[in-house]
Write a protein that binds this ligand. Sequence first.
Ligand code: ZN
Length: 254
Amino acid sequence: MAGRALRRRAVTLMTGTVLAAVACTVGPAAGVASQGPYGTPADGSRPPPVDCRATPCVALTFDDGPTGYTPAVLRALERQHAVATFFLIGPHALHHRADVLREYRDGDAIGDHTVTHPHLTLLPPARIRHELESAARQIASVTGHRPTIYRPPFGAWNAKVRAAAGGTGLSVVMWNVDPRDWKHHDPRLIERRVLAGVRPGAIVVLHDRYASTPQAVPYLLRALKARGYAPVTVPQLFATSGGMRSGVVYHHGP
Ligand SMILES: [Zn+2]
């Protein structure tokens, strides 16, 4: 009991630290919140609620945030006790620190989506490394943790991009379900397109930069759960099958 009480106290202290970090929007938050609200690692790598080799899992991913639409996505996830993966543009993370910390505390995974969202395949290696490394540092200045996963803007990658990711300690995360929420701004159509393509281990690409996407999330989660899918983060998708390695490109889970 004493251990549990101490642990609860430690979590309370951690939560206090996070709140202080939210209130203070300048300066790095290094070391902040190494534990989530349930005393587990809060960087999306905590043990999955299910074994994805035995239960069908799906990883919803959201690119380009945080933006003004991110809180609505987070509210929808929180209401259904679901986690997701957010690939952040570095300067957006600096401008929306409270949303990044909310993702972090919720147990969502946070990944790198560069600084300026360029077509990396068109850049020289030094510029690619700069895009990945600077965004990783910007994200770490908010969460206290360097990301270990990366989503290439426009899904554009080649050997040069993969090598840069490997050198920066990042896995490359693609997707195998794309409802094209950037084109179809109809929540029910987004839901139908995801359900038509989803398979166990699917990685779904979405964007928390359009008003219609957060509206689709509650429908999507309910429909996926009704079909027996467990929503997990990308690292959780691979947690029971050897984990993820930097410089490797992943399109879907096992
Ligand atoms: Zn993007």
